[in-house]
Design a protein around this ligand. Sequence first.
Ligand SMILES: Nc1ncnc2c1ncn2[C@@H]1O[C@H](COP(=O)(O)OP(=O)(O)OP(=O)(O)O)[C@@H](O)[C@H]1O
Length: 346
Amino acid sequence: MSADVTVSESAFIEVDRVEKVFDVRRRTGFLKRELRRVRAVDAISFRVARGEMVGYIGPNGAGKSTTIKMLTGILTPSGGRLRVAGIDPSRERTRLAHRIGVVFGQRTTLWWDLPLIDSYRLMHRMYRIPDGRYRENLDRLVELLDLAALLEVPVRQLSLGQRMRGDIAAALLHDPEVLYLDEPTIGLDVVSKARVREFLRELNAERGTTVLLTTHDLQDIEQLCSRVMVIDHGRLVYDGALSGLHEAGESERTLVVDLERELPPIEAGEAARVVRVEGPRQWLAFPASASAAPLVAHIAARYPLLDLSVREPDIEAVIAKMLYAPGSSGEGSPERRAVVPGAGGS
Ligand SMILES: Nc1ncnc2c1ncn2[C@@H]1O[C@H](COP(=O)(O)OP(=O)(O)OP(=O)(O)O)[C@@H](O)[C@H]1O
């Protein structure tokens, strides 16, 4: 541990210049092997306060999973200092397991062939959850996540959305103080996504559970997190509000307008510009950091409207625009780099 590290009182997750280097051996000839070092996480620092909901995003291979694995104690950092609830995850993984919950959207922690309720019973024993607390948590989660009709159904028969709700309940039975969510809404339909997000909002508001959320869905971040951290090539390149990320990348949202009939391109002044017209449907691009409401009001007052919808920019596109915007070094220019640890959250 370096002497200059200042530990904030309120920080629940503390990450100080943490790195993870993988040594990968590659065969380059008949008897030749080459050692390649992959710096998956490169000296990242941040603080997350108790009760915060933070998005953790980045392109494929950026280092998100490696960070989460270090925070859960599955991987040991190659350098730096890491604490979750005051615990060093890789040294005291079992003790930490009682205080954290993990949900992977693409994998399940449930027993595939067993009815849902049997997985919960097994977790009851595995985590040694006191009987009263288990029953109370189970009842609450079954109600909030609408699982009553699914408890006797084998996990393999559940739909993706039902399985995800089942997994979230499993991760919360032991009352963890922090929840790591890896793509919790991937592959879900609009209704299931809304349900999962609503539940997470309530969980955070009522229980003060700290949430670290990895996602490729910008709406997850928009609807749940006041703070977002962006990792690219193992380095933290942004830590702040989502609106700031949009501003840095000058990203745009799209308003799709269905008019009653074919008309010339809509005039919206400085607020938006028409980027496509197909019959009575028009697409207008406007800054993602701006609200759609005034634009919608402007159009509704002047044009015969049938329908409207807003399309979010792709998360990869927002990050790419931020990293490679004019003036950026292409690796994230210093002024776009991570701000002081914890600054985004308080
Ligand atoms: N066990 C390992 N051995 C060697 N290299 C690894 C290992 N795990 C991850 N890496 C490498 O570390 C880098 C970061 O990987 P990581 O899985 O953390 O990225 P990610 O941001 O989670 O990506 P994705 O969005 O695709 O899941 C990648 O270059 C990856 O190939």
